[in-house]
Design a protein around this ligand. Structure first.
Ligand code: HEM
Length: 529
């Protein structure tokens, strides 16, 4: 690589010098990566280069750089890193989020997009509305069960949309198998956790050789992942077409067509990533080895929704204003639906502000470069892992988290929680950079599930506001005793908090009780088998 760089006549981007033999090993963070990368950016600029034991990392820390590399040069910066353990050994390269940039990824992404683009998600609205009814009824029965009801809402929505399956409970293999697969992402996604990542030739050693316990681990995850991809998909064969999987199956070529097997696998894996993709497999990519997977908060949409509820709980003024808006737009005798959204301006702005203040993925998901590049006078070798530090801001104040979302040029007075920054003349101000265009990643790899996520989070939060009060616990002096407190980790999520969800009035409670849950897509698991 050195000679290539020399021939290019351009230096590598700036970065710490490193040590002989290990390079920048000690500069690559093992925790709070976004903050440490921000510190490096403060010293070296918005492109920082690190290299250790053959791993090349470029950290980019401004909207200008993410636009230049991930969007303007997207054909070069849309690959993923080569991870021998999780991909080669565990077979996770079948999941789009880990797939190398190429024709297979393109086909799977196209197929996924066909079913999760804004229009297609619009067709899923009926299903989301049905699940929302189940959700508000659950909350009415259990005022402290916000987390349980919300988790069930997001899980059931995605499972039913994708497979037409209603899980029978938390122990249902449709729930547990994907969780185990996500655990595999967290365990093996960090390059270097397993020696085979550093010495790929180890993959040729047979499993019976002592000291190759990692091969058994890999096999275990591989088998579970294969089962969790194939099982729900195969169940849809020949069954009523109320799901994306059954629709895809009905569009497959005939079994004797030479392309059948490839098309079938593409459809099977595109549906599998919808479910696994909705969970937090992203944290796997960072250099943080002390991660514990919380099956509740590993649902990304759930983490975002909890963040919104926390902000409403600790800001009674904002809650009141949002409820007044609902009453004015929706009235007091029905639940909001998607057609109300354009007029629920404050609630929409509130959700944008939550995503801005606390993006779920402070470092998005790293991309990788395909070819050598010269950018702004610097040489960037092929195979470089490129991390967009959504967190970074030009001025780093110790103990305060700063990132693109806290850039005062994009969002004046960035540390103030202020949904009104997105409102002008009673409408969403299109001139302010939309946090949804950053919080879901970059360029060609931008999260393809974002429309589903934004819609289901919106409906859930608007429905709570319409029917319930969110009561935060208070201390002896009557002050709210929960705080805007977030877990350290790479999926940014609020620390668990208590709040009591009570109907706004007896009339609201009666309305919820009277809701009928029409659910044509529901197919209980035992019926399906
Ligand atoms: C609040 C919720 C969510 C957030 C914040 C989020 C965020 C992200 C981010 C940051 C990426 C990486 C983009 C990049 O590489 O630049 C991503 C990728 C992805 N997301 Fe999401 N996501 C969410 C929900 C979902 C849901 C509900 C689904 C499925 C229906 C989903 C499916 C995917 C898939 C398949 C990818 C991989 C795309 C690729 O590599 O081409 N996500 N998401």
């Amino acid at each position: 690589r050195l000679w290539k760089q020399k021939i290019s006549g351009h230096p590598l981007p700036p970065g710490p010098r490193g040590y002989p033999g290990i390079g920048n090993l000690l500069d690559i963070p093992t925790g709070r990566s976004e903050v440490k990368y921000s510190e490096l950016a403060r010293r070296y600029g918005d492109m920082v280069y690190l290299e250790s034991l053959g791993t090349k990392i470029l950290v980019i820390s401004s909207l200008k750089r993410t636009t230049e590399l991930f969007e303007q040069k997207s054909s070069n910066y849309s690959d993923r890193a080569d991870l021998p353990m999780i991909c080669g050994q565990m077979g996770y390269e079948a999941y789009m989020s880990l797939m190398r940039y190429g024709s297979r990824w393109r086909r799977q992404r196209r197929l996924f997009h066909e079913h999760y683009n804004p229009t297609a998600v619009g067709r899923l609205h009926g299903l989301i509305l049905d699940e929302r009814r189940v959700f508000v009824q659950g909350l009415l029965k259990d005022p402290f069960g916000l987390m349980k009801s919300s988790r069930s809402y997001f899980t059931r929505t995605i499972l039913k949309a994708t497979y037409g399956i209603t899980p029978s409970g938390d122990d249902d293999p449709f729930i547990t198998q994907p969780i185990k697969t996500v655990e595999g992402f967290a365990r093996a996604g960090v390059p270097g956790t397993f020696l085979v990542d550093l010495i790929p030739a180890l993959k040729y050693i047979p499993e019976w050789v002592p000291g190759t316990g990692w091969k058994k681990i890999a096999r275990d995850y591989r088998e579970t992942a294969i089962e969790s991809r194939a099982r729900p998909f195969n169940l849809r064969k020949g069954i009523a077409p109320h799901s994306i999987a059954s629709y895809m199956i009905s569009n497959l070529p005939n079994g004797d067509d030479p392309s059948y097997e490839e098309e079938r696998l593409c459809a099977q894996d595109a549906t599998a990533i919808a479910y696994v993709g909705a969970r937090d497999r992203h944290r796997a990519f960072y250099s943080n080895r002390s991660l514990r997977l919380d099956p509740d908060l590993s649902l990304q949409s759930l983490a975002a929704a909890m963040s919104a509820i926390l902000h409403l709980a600790i800001r009674p003024g904002a809650q009141k204003r949002a409820q007044e808006e609902i009453d004015e737009v929706v009235g007091c005798n029905r639940l909001p639906d998607f057609s109300d959204r354009p007029r629920l301006v404050y609630i929409s702005a509130f959700l944008k502000e939550v995503f801005r203040m606390h993006p779920s993925f402070p470092l998005a998901v790293p991309h990788a470069s395909v070819e050598d590049d010269i950018h702004d006078g610097y040489f960037i070798p092929n195979g470089t892992i490129v991390i967009g530090n959504t967190w970074h801001a030009p001025l780093m104040i110790p103990h305060l988290r700063r990132h693109i979302f806290h850039d005062p040029e994009l969002y004046p007075d960035p540390f103030r929680f202020n949904p009104d920054r997105f409102i002008k003349d009673g409408q969403i101000n299109k001139k302010v950079v939309d946090p949804y265009s950053i919080a879901f990643g970059y360029g060609r790899r931008i999260c393809p599930g974002r429309h589903m996520s934004i819609d289901s989070v919106f409906l859930m939060v608007a429905s709570i506001l319409a029917m319930f009060d969110i009561n935060a616990p208070k201390d002896r002096n009557g002050n709210v005793s929960i705080k805007e407190d977030y877990m350290d980790g790479l999926l940014v999520q609020p620390k668990p908090f208590n709040c009591r969800i009570t109907p706004r009035s007896a009339q609201h409670a009666k309305y919820i009780e009277g809701l009928s849950v029409v659910d044509p897509a529901a197919l209980p698991m035992d019926t399906a088998q």
